[in-house]
Design a binder for this molecule. Structure first.
Ligand SMILES: O=C(O)c1ccccc1NCC(=O)[C@H](O)[C@H](O)COP(=O)(O)O
Length: 211
């Protein structure tokens, strides 16, 4: 079984980015969504992006942006992946995938078996679906686990990843329950909203490798 990919999301500082890269993250996430405590400006995201080695993918995270600002954000940051974390339609994401060079991910709030069926509207329109807990005060980054049993023995038709309330303490169980090929964590690796804890980033990556 290939190693589980690791996305550390909501990074705002060079120190946190460097720590995630050094700890073995395969993806680092930059949130451009002003209501989030992890929001980074496009200028800061571009600076952080430039310090990431080619071996690690940079994911720019957007929420319900219109086409023109989406293009401006992608041009400014030049990520490897764009993750849409709002109510973006399959048609819009298929257009982004067709017209740009970016890997396209769709975050999907997983509530029940029906929501697992509903996400199939994005099949062949995105590169990966990131299953997360349903939106709460924020569309994501809420620190709430989803029901992993929904994914036990599920036959996935779209490349996927697991997010939602993952921590160094629960990620081994999450991987063993779901066999997620990628895990994503944000608030569970923080000492305060938006403040990443370097030791927790390191512990999370170590736990994933031991799963
Ligand atoms: O992280 C945020 O603040 C955020 C805000 C708005 C939309 C998405 C956001 N995060 C996206 C992610 O991919 C998070 O890593 C994911 O939702 C898991 O977050 P957490 O439950 O805090 O680990």
């Amino acid at each position: 079984m290939p190693d589980t990919m690791i996305k550390i999301c909501g990074l705002k500082t060079p120190e946190a980015v460097d720590a995630a890269v050094d700890a073995g993250a395969t993806h680092i996430g930059l949130v451009h969504f002003e209501p989030s405590p992890r929001h980074v400006s496009l200028n800061d995201a571009a600076k952080l992006r430039r310090r990431v080695p080619d071996s690690v993918k940079v994911v720019l995270l957007l929420v319900n942006m219109q086409p023109a600002p989406t293009g401006e954000a992608l041009d400014a940051v030049q990520p490897d992946v764009v993750q849409f974390h709002g109510n973006e339609t399959p048609e819009w994401l298929a257009l982004v995938k067709e017209k740009t060079r970016y890997e396209v991910w769709k975050a999907w709030g997983l509530m029940n078996a029906q929501s697992l069926e509903n996400v199939l509207a994005y099949e062949s329109k995105v590169d990966r679906v990131l299953y997360d807990a349903p939106a709460k005060k924020l569309p994501g980054g809420n620190g709430v686990p989803l029901d992993w049993s929904l994914l036990r023995e599920y036959h996935h038709r779209i490349a996927w990843g697991l997010a939602g309330g993952l921590t160094p303490e629960n990620v081994v169980d999450a991987i063993r329950t779901t066999h997620a090929p990628l895990v994503d964590a944000s608030s569970g690796l923080e000492s305060a909203p938006g403040v990443k804890d370097i030791d927790r980033i390191t512990a999370f990556c170590r736990a994933v490798r031991e799963a």
